[in-house]
Design a binder for this molecule. Structure first.
Ligand code: MLZ
Length: 265
């Protein structure tokens, strides 16, 4: 039987520590998710953030909602925490004197937007205001340190939350490296990003935490590990002090094949 990923064991195996809770812009106990599939709400268009649009809850995952903008296609779904400031109850935009906008890539003629909006909202099940939670405050300083472990959204596959390591810290930003993926999914983000979570977040929200990848970073320091097979060698133990070099996305030598991290989902 396949072993389940366990943070306690993994932290021991990797001799690393979890980033402290207060480093994150997340609530200490994850917000409850009362939303139901089919409910409508207002959301900022991720591709055009000044626009507030109508969105429908397409799925529920832990403390997050899978959202689709009404009038858009099914290729641009996005995920938001129930305490995200990007979402609000229907009516909020109008109350503030704003106007609901068609999403980028509105599939109909622009002139049909007003009628589309009326039809969309008529008889819609609107998510109650009490379901929206207040966004937690920003941490005062960037207190992440290189080598600390966390759970992070894979921005190339945003439905996934994966074990990660802080690879670098610069000003208000951190470099999020995904364990076992040789740099293919790594990214820089602000320390107050809503895409990063403390160790244990998924087990509290019921979201599925992905196991680390199997790809060991090819570095001199890993050669020693590989010669003595053990439980540890199965996964990438990217050295916390020295993150694996980020493979170039373009200009890769031909003939080496696709990096494992970039195959189709
Ligand atoms: N099937 C995809 C998922 C990769 C997820 C990595 N997350 C850090 C792939 O293998 O490319």
């Amino acid at each position: 039987a396949k072993e389940q990923f366990n943070w306690d064991d993994y932290l021991k195996e990797t001799e690393s520590v979890a980033a402290p809770l207060h480093c994150f812009r997340q609530s200490r106990s994850p917000p409850t998710n009362d939303f139901k599939v089919g409910m409508k709400l207002e959301a900022h268009d991720p591709r055009n953030v000044t626009s507030v649009c109508i969105a429908t809850v397409i799925g529920i995952t832990g403390a997050r909602l899978r959202l689709r903008l009404d009038g858009s296609d099914n290729k641009n779904d996005f995920w938001r925490l129930v305490d995200s400031s990007d979402i609000q109850p229907i009516g909020t935009c109008e109350k503030k004197g704003g106007m609901l906008q068609p999403p980028l890539g509105f599939q109909m003629n622009a002139s049909s937007w007003p009628m589309f909006l009326l039809r969309t909202l008529n008889g819609a099940e609107m998510a109650p205001a009490a379901f929206f939670k207040k966004e937690p405050p920003k941490p005062v300083t960037n207190c992440f340190k290189v080598g600390m472990k966390l759970e992070a959204i894979d921005r190339k596959n945003p439905y996934l939350i994966c074990p990660a390591t802080i690879g670098d810290v610069k000003g208000d930003e951190v470099f999020v490296t995904f364990d076992g993926w040789r740099g293919a999914f790594d990214y820089w983000c602000r320390c107050d990003s809503r895409d990063i979570f403390p160790v244990g977040w998924c087990s509290l929200t019921g979201d599925a935490l992905q196991p680390p990848g199997n790809n060991v970073a090819i570095t001199k320091s890993s050669a020693k590990i590989q010669s003595s097979p053990s439980k540890v060698t199965r996964r990438s133990m990217q050295s916390p002090q020295k993150p694996a070099p980020v493979p170039a996305q373009r200009g890769r030598k031909p003939g080496r094949g696709k990096p494992p991290g970039q195959s189709a989902v």
